[in-house]
Design a protein around this ligand. Sequence first.
Ligand code: HEC
Length: 104
Amino acid sequence: MKSTIVSMVVAAGLLVAGSALAADMPAAAKKNNCVACHAVDKKVVGPAWGDVAKKYKGDAGAAAHLDGVISKGGKGVWGPMPMPPNPKVTAEERKELIDFILGL
Ligand code: HEC
């Protein structure tokens, strides 16, 4: 009986965590503060990542371009506001972020 209650609580917790992840920014975006300027579905300071995915759909060079923008910064693509460089984001995190963004 006790173990049934425990497993139900664990299952409920997993459900909540799963749905939060689907609608939410990846951990690397929170850790590196991308969320201060970006959201998935609306423009904040920078473009909505959903719009970024649309813009680069079918572009074979997109991942390499975005990798450079994330680490070194970028400007002039979406408007007058530049994207600051993020030298602390690791190559692994950049890949995770780019896969997430282009997969939207
Ligand atoms: C201080 C605000 C700010 C932060 C923090 C920020 N961005 Fe940006 N980002 C921008 C702006 C502004 C642009 C638009 C730049 C342009 O027009 O070229 C942009 C553009 C982008 C683009 C599209 C680039 C292109 O050339 O199309 C991507 C992808 C992106 N950001 C990802 C990230 C990621 C990942 C992080 C976290 C590591 C991050 N941004 C953090 C402001 C920010």
